[in-house]
Write a protein that binds this ligand. Structure first.
Ligand SMILES: Nc1ccn([C@H]2C[C@H](O)[C@@H](COP(=O)(O)O)O2)c(=O)n1
Length: 217
């Protein structure tokens, strides 16, 4: 189990002289998350209905967290990618990078292989997170949806995104930003009118995961 321990509150003595209970820690964490969210509101007095922008921001945190959790399931030891497709606030597809169904065993050795011969690497065979999320969709189609993805889509995934009718891409990392493939992705998405923007709220995602982890100490 991964324990998320950043910004842990200092240990204090409880009412009965015991170390702070895990219940208290979870309470503090959820309170911390509420504070983080509240600090993004325009005014301190704004404790009524959160603004549309704020609700969208909260949704972005939740859906990117889902994408991150699915990335964790990827068998790729070097780059784990997760994707979550959302339609009007509801998740309609999730995915992570993996070998095609039924080929996992046959290609298992390729995950760690670095070879001049591309056919002996994972690259020609792996199904990207975006492809899996689109193929796993629970709705008839994903037209007009937003995709939350932990790594900027490659040019092949950009084509899939466009053809499937997804209209918006939010991504965490863009570690291949300087590559030609990436340039092609940007060109494709721009030409097709698909919005794309980075999502840099990693601390909020961590706070959210901390606040819901019932086993964290
Ligand atoms: N948008 C993306 C980009 C990449 N992937 C997958 C494909 C590979 O499994 C891995 C990249 O491997 P690396 O060259 O970083 O070792 O990430 C994806 O699913 N979606």
């Amino acid at each position: 189990m991964v324990r998320l321990q950043h910004n842990m509150p200092p240990k204090t003595r409880g009412q009965h002289g015991n170390e702070e209970s895990s219940r208290n820690i979870n309470y503090i964490r959820s309170k911390k998350l509420r504070c983080v969210m509240a600090s993004k509101r325009k005014s301190k007095d704004d404790i009524s209905v959160p603004s549309l922008t704020h609700r969208q921001y909260e949704d972005d945190v939740y859906f990117m967290s889902v994408a991150l959790m699915f990335a964790k399931k990827s068998p790729d030891p070097s780059t784990k990618v997760g994707a979550c497709i959302v339609n009007e606030g509801k998740i309609v597809g999730v995915g992570f990078n993996m070998m095609p169904n039924g080929c996992e065993e046959a290609f298992i050795k390729l995950w760690k292989r670095d070879d001049e011969d591309r056919l002996k690497t994972k690259y020609p065979y792996v199904c990207h997170a975006e492809l899996n999320a689109i193929m796993n969709k629970t709705s008839v189609d994903v037209k007009g949806c937003t995709i939350y993805v932990t790594l900027f889509p490659c040019n092949e995934c950009a084509k899939l995104i466009i053809q499937s009718g997804i209209r918006k891409v939010l991504y965490l990392s863009n570690k291949y930003a300087d590559t030609e493939d990436n340039e092609a992705s940007v060109e494709l998405l721009n030409r097709a009118g698909v919005t794309h923007r980075p999502f840099t709220l990693k601390q909020e995602v961590r706070d959210l995961l901390d606040s819901i982890n019932p086993f964290a100490e």
